[in-house]
Design a protein around this ligand. Sequence first.
Ligand code: DX5
Ligand code: ZN
Length: 218
Amino acid sequence: MEISTSILNVEKDNCIKTFYNLETAGTDYFHIDVMDGKFVENNTTELMLEYTEYLNTITNLPLDIHLMVEDVFSYIKSFLIFEPNNITIHYEAAKTSEELKQWINYIKENNCKVGISIKPNTELEKIYEFLPYIHTVLIMTVEPGKGGQALIPSTIDKIRKLKKYIIENNLEVDIEADGGINLNNYLELKNAGCDIIVAGTAIINSKDFKETIKKLKI
Ligand code: DX5
Ligand code: ZN
């Protein structure tokens, strides 16, 4: 599995050093958790813009932008400036499927991969129609809004069901899981069919980034 380290809870005062250490430790992506204080309670916009600015100057590692926002289109434009590897938008933020398709097309027209994320209580069937047009499905294994939460076990079945649907329909979509992932549960995610896992607390709070990332990568 590939590892996308969430930088949501990286301490600001030595963040550059932390980013260097994460890159040296072998993270595959930096996961940027952008929250607007409306779609979810927290607002991390300023901090994530600042961190993305730094990352853009110090690393070539791909940026995995996770937009937990209501005004999706303006945030897409703000983060496209950093030429990220992918931008993931929430199914629940779209008023119509038409609108969601417009966001998908706009991101792709700007040479950026696109992902759709669904919250734990959103059924998988809601996004089936979009799968042929996107690169990644980000399955939230916690309620979006903050780091350090416990993984919701029922979301693992969702990953298994999505993997089955992707194989049966010959689709080329990666499955990424996000929230509460650590060394106690990452194997279940791998066995359920995850291609990428997001980990924040499990990595940032560990004493050896390299060791933790190496184990999670299995
Ligand atoms: C939650 C974010 C997750 C979270 C991951 O809304 O999307 O990326 O910060 O952090 P941990 O791994 O600490 O749950
Ligand atoms: Zn996230």
